[in-house]
Design a protein around this ligand. Sequence first.
Ligand SMILES: [Fe+2]
Ligand SMILES: [Fe+2]
Length: 215
Amino acid sequence: MTDEQLLAKPRAANTSAAQDSHYVHTADLRYQTGSAWIEAVLGDFNGFMQDHAAAEKKAAGMAMSMISHYPDKPELVEAMSELAVEEMSHFRDVAKWLHRRGTTLAADRKDPYILRVRDVIRLGRDVYFLDRLLTAGIIEARGAERFGLVADALPAGSLKNFYRGIARSEQRHLDLFESLARRYFSNTLVNARIDELLDIEAGIAADIPTRAALH
Ligand SMILES: [Fe+2]
Ligand SMILES: [Fe+2]
């Protein structure tokens, strides 16, 4: 199939043509994060928050790199601009939490999960674009799952509420990437690639050693 054949006619995500789509939710992830992960996080919560801050900063950087790569797609540029601002506001909030807790940001570390997920992005103009959108969405789904687990595990209070809000915004970001994918590609293509990527991501998530980090 050529790149041209892969590309669907652009359309709004809420037209009837999109009705055969099923929007991915955290429940669709094929590896469920277990209790060992949440125990590791609660055992070194400042360490977890340092990694979380770095993840928000990288998410903002990813949104900005999409703008640089696809300057000719107005809908994408506007969505990624908003996303970059929102991810930086998450970064600012996590940094403030760290400072309030008497600690600081830490040096960025390599995130083996992100590296491996991004490694499955295929080369070729259109499949590359599709895979960038869908891997970004699946990374958001994993974030939504894990921030939700953190919120569930924390005692009632402002930090729990903060993580509840973060989990909700990651789910919104997943919906955003998926609707962009469905805006630029056919549902058939998007559904088939999501199915493959969910399997690949589950294998990677299961394989990453447990530590007090988002991944
Ligand atoms: Fe975020
Ligand atoms: Fe996000």
